[in-house]
Design a protein around this ligand. Sequence first.
Ligand code: SDX
Length: 426
Amino acid sequence: MTKTAYLTIDGTTYELPLIHGVENDAAVDISGLREVSGHITYDPGFGNTGSCESAITFVSGEKGQLRYRGYPIEQLAEKSTFIETAMLLIFGELPTREERNKFRDMLSEQELLHEGLKHHFDGFPSKGHPMAILSAVINSLGCYHPDLLEIENDEEFVKAASKIISKVRTIAAFSYRKSLGMPFMYPDPKLSYCRNFLHMMFSIPYKAFEPTDEAVKALSQFLILHADHEQNCSCSTVRMVGSSQANLFASVSAGICALWGRLHGGANAAVIEMLRGIRDGEYSVKDVVEKVKRKEMLLMGFGHRIYKGFDPRAKILKESAHKLLVNTGHDDELLDIALELSETALADEYFIERRLYPNVDFYSGLILRALGIPLNMFPVMFAIGRMPGWIAHWWEDRQNPELRLHRPRQVYVGPTERDYVPLDER
Ligand code: SDX
């Protein structure tokens, strides 16, 4: 296995060590490059830049593979639960029954919000976007748990992690209830993670909402599929913020903000808006494909920085959406439109040559619609799923004794030195 790369600049050759991962991924270590050569590397969007070594998630874009701690996503989606998957990502191993029950009890103990936090919701307008509320209230948790702002040991970390994973559901559901002017439904410790969330979203006083087992399974699988995806935009944001020694609440709050963007976690809602436009006759499938080819719009839910073939999550979500709609008697015409749009794009040279395929967001919104989740909550659902992944990456960094503050360099292209000009002379 080659151990060294050579870079020649102005006749001088520099030796750069090669780093190899366990899946034959390899990297040129440039951590000493500027010191020896006076040069930095340049990689807008970081498509060719590794920020860290990580043992949490492996993605192969060429082979369409996704594994959490070595376990293929297909097996976890079929056989695991969201809490078990969260523990796998955070602690590195599938839990024993005793470990799982202990963590599940911790989540039940942490599911309520401090009554003082509830008043924050009164300050938000009813139309306030739930992602803004989620990032604000998650960050505010640090005000109610100052003892967890500085995490000194594993026990404090597990306490903070369980608080966030449990309360993120409560905050999300409360923001939905607030938007409708409905009373908050408190969590019920007798219910499972997903069933409890649906209860807080859709029960009304004295009339408990009873989701079907299919709906609960579909939600659990949705959250498993969103739980982590290595160094994506929001995960890198969490690691960036955490590298300054910012606390866990602030770090994942920053991750929520990064996820909100349409190119990232906001795409699931944008896909549904696009499909609804076709359903309502604003434009046809053919119109969309042609507008995309004229670069007047992006095909939302398509394309990926890593996957240059099918996103394995999209395959599972497509089947799950179809099964849920059939089982719940929902006949969502948007699924038929999505299938037609996908088939049309996948057969078109424009998409083929750019290797554009459906990603995790193309079908996921159809499942959320079938569960009765409103459109503006779609990125919130992505955030609930991704929370264990963010927490796992933050903790992986914190346990790294060689962790350095993340501080990229730049190539300066602004004005060269010039003297101040007094106001009257400008
Ligand atoms: C997620 O990173 C992750 O892991 C993210 C994620 C996770 O789990 O965390 O997987 C979740 O964010 C999935 C992506 C959701 N976003 C969308 O669906 C929005 C639509 N997708 C595009 O914005 C785009 O595909 C990105 C942002 C996802 C990836 O963009 P890249 O890697 O920067 O792609 P690129 O600009 O290099 O594209 C290459 C070509 C370009 O055309 P040319 O300049 O060569 O002519 O493909 C085109 C792009 O214009 N292209 C698209 C397109 N995506 C890329 N053209 C139309 N529609 C698209 N969706």
